[in-house]
Design a protein around this ligand. Structure first.
Ligand SMILES: [Zn+2]
Ligand SMILES: [Zn+2]
Ligand SMILES: [Zn+2]
Length: 441
């Protein structure tokens, strides 16, 4: 065993021995797991269009997936029916609750976890209360004999179940897809993984196996004994208000995710000429542009202008700058503007390098996207881009190398992403060789 859960620092995981980068520190099978809305209840795929006619909550991507899931879904379908009246965002939590609440041994394990009930506002607690009542009503309406009404209305029991919902909500871990790293569900790992605390610069990451949703805790760097093992609970790419909300219960966190963009001062008129145009002009433009640019904004020139100002006035690596850059990047991708997409992809990789540890899977994915785009631009679409691509030959070969190192360390040599990174490295090498470019490799 590499780790212990200690009480001296509160609930946390601590290394008891040297842990080498890339090692599997712990693996755990979830006591309960649920896909995100729209994801398949069996394989967690994102294209689940077949809805279970029993509960209308679970959905599947194929009849085969539905059949495979039936043995475990059968016992929960009736209760899940109550979930159809619950807000979509709370449905995965409800599914975890249903899987845990009647399972006394699991409920006891989950009950033993830490949870700060003060984190939940009264609206959320009320929503939890409605979930408890909805489940009891679903059970009662389907029971072959009327259920003893005292058991469905016992306020002590309802209070205990609301507490259980708080614990589940505090300790559930997002499942990211093993290939795309997209969020595809939530799961509960009360034994070990729930005890790993958050860090904005974590030394471990979680990888999931589907459809079991079991998790492996992987060291992202060499870890010395007595070091606390941490994971990131949240996504660096989330907008600031979401990250801040996620971290409200972690006031000690001083990392990137708590970074608050500086307040832009109101323009003060110049004392002699009374003009407000100079030198506050760019700040005013930034403020008004920030207001104009909604998350749905699709005007690349607006966003480019905003990006220039954010880079100058905030910082090239500020979360807001990153957010704008990612928005612009996705617009260029969707309009097949590969050349601009390539430049932005590179800038995003640079920003992520300042946020994530060097072996983070998210960073690896960004490197791989960069290689894909570079080859796309160079080989097929824009022969006129050759000079620019060739100029960066060393950098791009370095990126291909980094993508391969990240994936082989974190995912192992036979994983598809590792294989693709390796292939892209060879392809880039072959491309440069064809143009007689020496890459220093
Ligand atoms: Zn499926
Ligand atoms: Zn069902
Ligand atoms: Zn932090």
């Amino acid at each position: 065993m590499f780790i212990e859960t200690t009480n001296s620092k509160g609930r946390c995981l601590v290394a008891t021995t040297h842990i080498a980068r890339g090692s599997v520190v712990a693996s755990e099978v979830p006591v309960a797991a649920s896909p995100s809305p729209g994801h398949c209840s069996f394989c967690y795929g994102s294209n689940a269009s077949k809805v279970c006619t029993g509960c209308r909550l679970a959905s599947f991507c194929s009849v085969a997936c539905q059949r495979s899931n039936w043995p475990s879904h059968k016992g929960l379908c009736r209760q899940l029916k109550a979930g159809a009246s619950i807000p979509r965002s709370l449905q995965p939590l409800f599914a975890l609750f249903v899987a845990v609440v009647d399972h006394s041994s699991i409920a006891v394990t989950v009950d033993a976890l830490a949870a700060d009930r003060s984190r939940f506002d009264s609206t959320t607690i009320e929503a939890f209360g409605r979930m408890v009542v909805a489940r009891q009503a679903a059970l009662a309406s389907n029971a072959p004999h009327p259920v003893d009404s005292s058991s469905t209305t016992n306020p002590g029991d309802a209070g205990r179940q609301i507490n259980l919902l708080c614990k589940i909500s505090c300790n559930a871990v997002g499942i990211s897809h093993p290939s795309t790293f997209e969020d595809c569900g939530v799961a509960l790992f009360p034994e070990t993984i729930a005890k790993a605390n958050h860090s904005c610069v974590p030394n471990c990451t979680l990888l999931f196996d589907l459809p079991s949703a079991s998790a492996r805790l992987i060291a992202l760097q060499d870890i010395t004994p007595d070091t606390e093992l941490t994971i990131s609970y949240i996504d660096a790419a989330d907008p600031f208000p979401i990250r801040q909300k996620d971290l409200q219960s972690r006031p000690t966190c001083k990392g990137f995710f708590q970074y608050n963009p500086p307040t832009i001062p109101a323009p003060t008129p110049c004392t002699c000429c009374k003009s407000t145009s100079n030198p506050i002009q760019p700040i005013q433009t930034l403020t008004s542009l920030s207001k104009q640019c909604t998350p749905k904004d699709t005007d690349p020139s607006n966003l480019s202008h905003l990006l220039t100002l954010q880079t100058r006035l905030l910082s090239p690596n500020s979360p807001l700058t990153l957010q704008t850059r990612q928005r612009l990047y996705s617009i260029h991708l969707s309009s097949a503007n590969w050349q601009s997409a390539l430049l932005l992809c590179n800038e995003i990789a640079c920003t992520l390098e300042s946020i994530y540890p060097p072996l983070s899977p998210s960073l690896g994915l960004q490197y791989l996207s960069l290689c894909r785009l570079a080859l796309l631009v160079a080989q097929d679409l824009h022969p006129s881009m050759y000079p620019a691509i060739l100029k960066d030959a060393n950098t791009l070969m370095g990126v291909a190398e980094k993508a391969h190192v990240v994936f082989s360390t974190v995912l192992g040599d036979s994983h598809l992403l590792t294989l693709e990174a390796k292939e892209k490295r060879y392809e880039l090498g072959a491309f440069y060789a064809a143009f007689g470019v020496r890459t220093g490799k």
